[in-house]
Every structure is written in C-alpha cells, then in structure tokens.
Design a protein around this ligand. Sequence first.
Ligand code: ZN
Ligand code: ZN
Ligand code: ZN
Length: 372
Amino acid sequence: VTTAPTTVEDLRARLERASATTRACEIDALLISPGADLRYLTGYDAVPLERLTCLVVPADGDPVLVAPTLEVPAALASPVGALDLHVHSWDETHDPYQLVASLTSGSASVAVADGMAARQVLRLRAAMPDVEQVLAGRVLRELRMRKSAAEVDALAAAAAAIDRVHANVPQWLRAGRTEREVGGDIADAILAEGHAQVDFVIVGSGPHGASPHHELSDRVIAAGDPVVVDIGGTMPDGYCSDSTRTYCVGPPPADFADAYRVLQSAQAQAVAHVAPGVAAESVDAMARQVLAAGGLAERFIHRIGHGIGLETHEEPYLVEGNAEPLDVGMTFSVEPGVYFAGRYGARIEDIVVVTADGVRSLNERPRELVVV
Ligand code: ZN
Ligand code: ZN
Ligand code: ZN
C-alpha cells in the first residue's frame, strides 16, 4: 500500500512557507484554485468545477479554504480535515467572489493560480477592481521545484512502475499490429503496474516517430520500423511518471543505428553533466554539442527536459535561456531526441534528481536500442 508522501506536518510547513514566500514577493495573498498547487499545499485533490473553490493564503494570517457547501464533505475527507484548515463554505445563491474579496480586503495585489480558469480570474478582478493580479507560479515554483526526500521516493516509485511497463513492451510490439493496439496493451499495463491514471501513450512507429508528440494511430507497424514509445501516468499519491525508450522491430536500418548511438551518448553525457550549481540550460547545451559532433545538430528540435512532480510538466524547464542553477532535490527529464521527417525518430528519456554529489537517475531500464 502506498501512503501519501506527505504528512499533515509537511502540509502545514508548506502553507507556512507559501505565506512567507508570498510576503517576500510583496504580494498580499495567494488565491489557489483546484489543481496541483492546491494538492501540494493542502493534499486536497479537488475536481475543477465552475463553482469556485479557492484556497486563500494571506501573506499575514491564517489560510482559508473557500468552497461550495456541497463540496465541503469532500474537502474535509481530504487532508484538509486533519489540517484544521478553516473552511468557509458558500451556498448556491451567494457570491463566492465577493467572499474572496472580503477575505483579502486591504490587498494591493493578489497572486492567482497559474491554471485558474479565465472565467474565475475575471470575476475575481470584477470583485476587486483595484487589486493587481499576478501569477502565483512565481511563489509556488520556489516551493515545488525542490522535492523533499519523501517526494523523491514517490517519483522513484512512479519511475519503477513505468520501467516495469517498458520491460514488457517487447512482447506487444510486433509487425502487423497497429500503434493503437500496442498502445492499448501499454495503457492497461500502466494501470496494472500501480498508476491511478494513464496520462499519455505515444507509440510513434516509422515516420510517426519523427513527430515528438505523435500519440497513437491505426498505422500498421512494419518490419524494420524504429518505434518511439513515450509513456507516463499518475500514481495514487499524485506523483507522475514519464519515460521514453526507442525500439526497432527487427534489425534497424544502418543509418538509424548510427544516429541512435550518437543520441545515446548525448543523453548519457547530458545526464552526467547534471549537478548542483550547473545552469539548467547547460544540460541542454551538452546534448546539443554531442549531437552536433555527430552531424545531428538540426535533428534535435525541442528542449532537453522539464521538471516533474505532481504535474508531468512543471518547473524547472531545461532550455537555452534558463540560466537558473540546478539545486539539490530538483527532478526533471533528460530527453534528447533526433527526428528525420518522413522516415523515423528516436528519443531516450529518463527522470533524474539532483543530489548533493551530482545526479541519480530514477528510471533504470537499459538505454540501448531495443530490437524486438
Ligand atoms: Zn470563515
Ligand atoms: Zn515523455
Ligand atoms: Zn517528458
């Protein structure tokens, strides 16, 4: 049985840090609607609805959860109950936006959750027309980017689960089957291996592998096809997996095998480059340098990685222009790829964590091209 990686004490500490960081950013309150930020701060995995649920975290003072009366039992059944968080309910005929305005009266600026629906952001603006709205991401990123040991354990468990799925991909990948058939087997396995939810299944066979975010189609996989398999899901505790391996149905075309060797070296050297204090963008640059030396510079058409935690894509982003130094506890993907339009593609993706003495890969499947 997996337990929540966070205790009530952890949540309390997060709420206090959120409040302190809000103060340090000279913002008067955070307004957090359902989503990963709310789950991070309170453990409440609320469903986003048209009715306003909003955690108000003042820079000074106690947080309050504003929730529709009919959602209060669900909120109290979540860690919100044990947290002793004040819940301010609103009935169907009341205006929750005025309620939030009254709870934050005297504010000059509020930070709204990055993912808050526009219809709610604009109604908050109408309820407090003189209050500046900024994004809460600049506050929450400071907390969420650096994972606790328990969060790293949760991500390692997610990585192990998706590794077990990849270990079984060779038995499903066969010439004559469609991408959709293979993808169906993979989706079943993602759940069977312990995820609560399938987030994405990419089976990019032959020319489809040249499109990094191709998902599934009815294309029939043929002998000699390289196949990019990029899969991920969300575990019951909310933490996500995301891993790519590249397979080939039968012996690979010679030029593909050559490109793959360069890619594997680029991925390995980019991972080895990860350490505390290293600029995020330099991990991307390391892979690009290796690919350029192998004549593949223009084949790598996306950033090398993204943070991962309660969301599959979150800060930090490892991309040219992001000079932010990597720090202990940051978790992100290292996923260079090479893409040949009309022919094939290849990608290798591991989730790694920055450790005091360098880096640890949470995914552990072999990175060689898998010939099935
Ligand atoms: Zn109240
Ligand atoms: Zn991926
Ligand atoms: Zn990824």
